[in-house]
Design a protein around this ligand. Structure first.
Ligand SMILES: *Cc1c(COP(=O)(O)O)cnc(C)c1O
Ligand SMILES: [Zn+2]
Length: 423
């Protein structure tokens, strides 16, 4: 316990084993501080991120590691002996060759990274696992978050499995399925009368007042965010240790997109893949598209909006990493695009019809955005392309409920079935 107390008071890094993580570094001014539960720079209030001293990392060691995100623990801010329980950890979700979707979109070399296969059916299990592992070392005892839905599921479930208390704050307007699939884990779930940005503000205030609460995406955000790098590592490893030519990533706060880029860059720098060029594309719903609007206006300034879209998991009107998303897509030669709620539903149905994968609204955003980018020629039809499908359609059934259903309801007779089939 002494070590964790030392760590919390930021008195030094020597006793704190967070693997290769060496310090927290300001993304704006580069000021560095020892590893601690801090998220804003003391000099300029810029966001802090994890800086590393990577040892020699070999493909063989990764390949021989756990069949989960922990195979990449040498690249993450987690203890060297991070607990790995077979079959219960997130990661190593399937990368699916998507020929039929590719044909529909006019993309000849298409893959879908299907993150619905994680323990609570979204990519958020990755970031929460990393946040929890770091939070444990940093001396916290309660796992907390403000959430647009999937994070609530992931935090409540991870806390339950770890035997921790959880405090989860959600907008009261959230989809019923996401409320129930959080409440079932029996942590403290609080529905707040407000939108996500109100809930987030509340969390920041509570984090300052409750020293032992690890708000995964607030006061331990630098560690949490690194979990998204595992999407990039897996895509590269599953492609046979190669970077794709282009990748389409949904954008809420923008953290995932910037960390996918960071993950690809690290792999190149460490010699684990050839550092070939790739383009990163961001996907938003038009009803909450502050980053797409800024991209199209050619500005660096992301103006907050009031979200109004069925893609609630992406409905962050004031995205913390918005400016960094703009940097990333412009630097790599990508773009940000947005699609209407109607296109989102069409995207969900297209993915289901062509690949047998049922995605939530965020997945519909990604597919529909890829379609739009392909049609406008921004996506190269021949480049190896990956779409990140980050959440499961069972959580957002309402999105398709009034569009799909049985073709007919018939009496239990063979003729009636044949007749209904029109054969
Ligand atoms: C949270 C979330 C994202 C992206 O989150 P960022 O805040 O941009 O990192 C993408 N898809 C789903 C399904 C999510 O829940
Ligand atoms: Zn700074």
């Amino acid at each position: 316990m002494t070590t964790t107390v030392d760590a919390r008071s930021a008195s030094g890094t020597s006793t704190l084993d967070l693997g290769p993580a060496r310090a927290l570094s300001c993304r704006e001014c580069g000021h560095q501080i020892p590893l601690a539960a801090e998220f804003a720079c003391s000099e300029c209030f810029g966001p802090l991120e994890v800086a590393y001293d990577f040892g020699r990392i070999r493909r063989e060691d990764i390949e021989a590691g756990p069949k989960s995100i922990w195979r990449y623990r040498g690249l993450l801010p987690v203890p060297t002996d991070v607990q790995s329980h077979p079959n219960t950890e997130p990661g190593l979700t399937r990368l699916v060759r998507a020929e039929r979707l590719g044909a529909a979109l006019g993309l000849r070399n298409l893959w879908v990274k299907d993150d619905t296969g994680n323990p609570t059916h979204s990519f958020k299990d990755r970031v929460v696992a990393v946040a929890l592992a770091a939070a444990r070392k940093l001396g916290f005892t309660v796992l907390a978050c403000p959430s647009t839905g999937n994070l609530a599921n992931a935090v409540a479930a991870a806390a339950a499995r770890a035997g921790w208390e959880s405090v989860v704050l959600i907008p009261s307007s959230l989809e019923r399925a996401k409320i129930l699939t959080t409440a079932v884990y029996d942590g403290a779930l609080i529905a707040v009368e407000g939108n996500y940005d109100d809930v987030n503000r509340l969390a920041t205030q509570l984090a300052a007042e409750h020293e032992d609460w690890a708000f995964v995406n607030v006061n331990v955000r630098p560690y949490y965010a690194e979990g998204s790098k595992t999407l990039a590592y897996e895509v590269a490893e599953q492609l046979g240790w190669r970077l794709p030519g282009q990748i389409v990533v949904p954008v809420a706060s923008g953290s995932q997109l910037t960390k996918v880029d960071k993950g690809f860059r690290e792999l190149g720098e460490l010699g684990l893949v050839e550092a070939s060029p790739y383009k990163v594309f961001g996907a938003q719903a038009t009803g909450c598209s502050p980053v797409s609007s800024a991209y199209k206006a050619g500005t660096d300034v992301v103006t907050p909006v009031r979200p109004d879209t069925i893609a609630r998991s992406l409905a962050i009107g004031a995205p913390a990493d918005g400016p960094y998303v703009l940097d990333t897509v412009r630097r790599t030669g990508g773009a940000v695009e947005d699609v209407t709620d109607e296109e989102v539903v069409a995207g969900i149905r297209l993915l289901a019809r062509t690949e047998g994968i049922f995605a939530e609204t965020a997945g519909g955003v990604t597919v529909a955005t890829a379609k739009k980018l392909a049609e406008s020629g921004k996506l190269d039809p021949d480049a190896e392309t990956v779409l990140l499908i980050t959440g499961d359609g069972l959580k957002t059934l309402d999105a398709v409920a009034d569009q799909v259903g049985p073709r007919a309801t018939v009496p239990p007779s063979a003729e009636a079935v044949i007749e209904a089939l029109g054969r």
